[in-house]
Write a protein that binds this ligand. Sequence first.
Ligand code: G6P
Length: 489
Amino acid sequence: PDSSVTLDRQQRLLVVANRLPVSATRKGEDQWSLEVSAGGLVSALLGVKQFQVIWIGWPGVYVQDELGKQSLAKALEEKGFVGVLLDEETVDQYYNGYCNNVLWPLFHYIGLRQEDRLAATRSLQSQFGAYKRANRLFADAVIKHYQEGDFVWTHDYHLMVLPSYLKEHDPRMKVGWFLHTPFPSSEIYRTLPLRSELLQGVLGADLVGFHTYDYARHFVSACTRILGLEGTPEGVEDQGKITRVAAFPVGIDSERFIQAVETDAVKKHIEELSARFAGRKVMLGVDRLDPIKGIPQKLLAFEKFLEENPHWRDKVILVQIAVPTRQDVLEYQKLASQVHEIVGRINGRYGSLTTVPIHHLDRSMKFLELCALYAITDVLLVTSLRDGMNLVSYEFVACQNEKKGALVLSEFAGAAQSLGAGSILVNPWNIIETANAIGEALNMPEEEREERHRLNFMHVTTHSAQVWAETFTSELNDSILEAELRTLH
Ligand code: G6P
């Protein structure tokens, strides 16, 4: 094994995900600047004290020359990261193609038109080839840095064949896999042309985790129906080997948000924003500009609400933050135009010389600005058509201790199963129902708002990201011990 990443304390945990939580920019021939992004996974794993975490993933840049490759590897290594370098062709076929144009829509129940799907099927074989090649590169990186006894935690739909590659190399490796998206009904999953290899790949893991019990159940059904394996109360059994399958709903590092709202910087933003929106109720949407987020449905519901409630027209504003994502994929480009068209129409119809009802931004926000925006919001609107979990709803709740605003939440987000009692649940496909929910949220009596917020806040602060990571890793440990015991008997 490579000893360049050294063991200086505790148990090591290799965390393998498509993207490293860092963005690298080249500053000179052998100079790199690295910006660590404090996304959910990072803060979750920062809280797991018993592990020394080593990240393995794609740094999101293309590097062709040897000097660049070596200097990047060194810069990453200093921060505990191992980079898996992918070339442009691989990224196009594996990431844009198979991951984001095939698996992502399928796992979120987004139907392609028959002819589009037929066209996509033609390139499937070569895209799946690239997918497997990319998974192999991740496996090579893990194998290079692996030391006996390490835990290996692989993540998401990008890396479904990786667990079996690792086990083929060394059956004693302790491997977990967690899916951050929904796993669809087996009736949907089984329409995937190349469907068995992915399931077999995942079953290489000792423990397989999902956000909700439903997703876990769908996965077990897919394994029983497609692979003919046996589903047991613990998971899936293949020739005596049991892969444990369970639900581990993710959370956020709520303290980070709660504390941020108390800082002077955020308080200053809050003052500015409150002055800017004075006299109006603020409704907020924060989404990646992704077809699964139901942004057009949300806009149509808001339009319906304004149409039906003329007295609200100059008393409410919808701030929609739509963070651009996966812009090389056609569906995402089409969605951007569609959203812009609807926003333009609504603003044209209900705007005035001095104001418009929708304040739409095509960009991400800085962390402190986002916290301020969450804090001044009266109603958060999450209308995902499908969403593995949706942590925007959690972040909002963590920032709302002053205002205790209302949450309108899609029943198709995993979060509906944890924040359901504290939210107004909607079927985002039903525009009238969502428009009514907007009215209900805006008019909700204070006492009810406080009670709902209390329920949500309690959940968000107790089911933290740290708890999630600790539960998964200790369950991984247990599954391995149980498997060892079984072989002894
Ligand atoms: C989802 C996926 C993540 C992914 C993220 C952003 O949350 O589960 O694996 O990283 O979307 O998408 P991107 O394609 O930009 O990494």
